[in-house]
Design a protein around this ligand. Sequence first.
Ligand code: ADP
Ligand code: MG
Ligand code: MG
Length: 375
Amino acid sequence: MSFPKVYWEQALELAPLFNELVHRVSLDGDFLQQTLARTKEVDPFTRRLLDIHSKMMELNKKEDIQLGLTRSDYMVDGATDKLLQVELNTISTSSNGLACGVSELHRNLIRHHERELGLDPASVVGNTAITQHAEALATAWAEYNNQSAVVLVVVQAEERNGRPVAVVYFRAGYSPADYPSEAEWRARLLIERSSAIKCPSIAHHLVGTKKIQQELAKEKVLERFLDNKSDIENVRKCFAGLWSLENDNIVNSAIESPELFVLKPQREGGGNNIYGDNLRETLIRLRKDGSNEIAAYILMQRIFPPASPSYLVREGTFVRDNVVSEFGIFGAYLRNKDKVIINDQCGYLLRTKAASLNEGGVVAGYAFLNSIFLT
Ligand code: ADP
Ligand code: MG
Ligand code: MG
């Protein structure tokens, strides 16, 4: 995808700011508990995460070493030409390996057909997501400072090991389906209580909820966590419209013009959002019920990226379609007490889908992997 350099540079600049913001917010346990208090009453998954978090607060558990492997996702809004954040992921930020493979593929194709295409292969941004995230895991392991310790990657229920664990990386655990029984919740709690470096810690995980994203977009909230005025301005610039459903005016507007909004529950992994007529009906039902269930959702301004024609390739066949793209900048943040060891951007993920679709997500079956051709 052709992609203007200014957006690319803006997103790179934001990466360390969002890393730092996640960390600062994660330290404010009361903020997390209070902001999610109403959500907790109606959303059992968020409640279980918050329960682990409040147990750690009771224990006064200190995490000297913190590791965040993040991905901040953006779309360019066609109406305003602004780069707007879709969401900030703090757990299981996937596709870093695939994204690097696709960039290499596109670079090679352009190099191979340089004469016919007249394009510069160097304009395809080289992607270092997988090596940089691996490096951050290794650096966290080194910081743990125990030669016999290992890195535990959480992928399924039954992990066995007899050695100390330096780093626990959660590639699972972001969705209710990852906790089919109490055993998984006990394991999550056990890991949280342990001395291992958690990626993410329970607090970092909670910072990535849509509810916290919405609260951070409120006036004067960023000021609680960031000091530098221009940093605050830069971060705020990429915030789309975000509202809680306690805001009657916005709920009315969304019922009137549902196509301008996205309704989001506290979930990850794609395929969970509500759009269009479904959004209107859901809001009308929630309002009629007068139930607390509205606290499980947030409303977001729908971003309309400029559409352009492209070829979508799946299983060896292709279709030409009008497409829009979302791109994410991976980040890594490693901290030991007061020392910030890594705070960096780490390559990117570009996902392209038919402009007519609502949802995104490659594994969810909507989007295609792509790479950035800087213009
Ligand atoms: P998840 O954590 O499940 O990935 P997202 O907030 O990223 O949740 O939403 C999933 C997909 O829905 C995104 O990849 C994007 O394609 C679409 N989407 C989400 N928010 C918006 C928005 N405000 N405007 C347009 N599309 C959106
Ligand atoms: Mg997400
Ligand atoms: Mg997403």
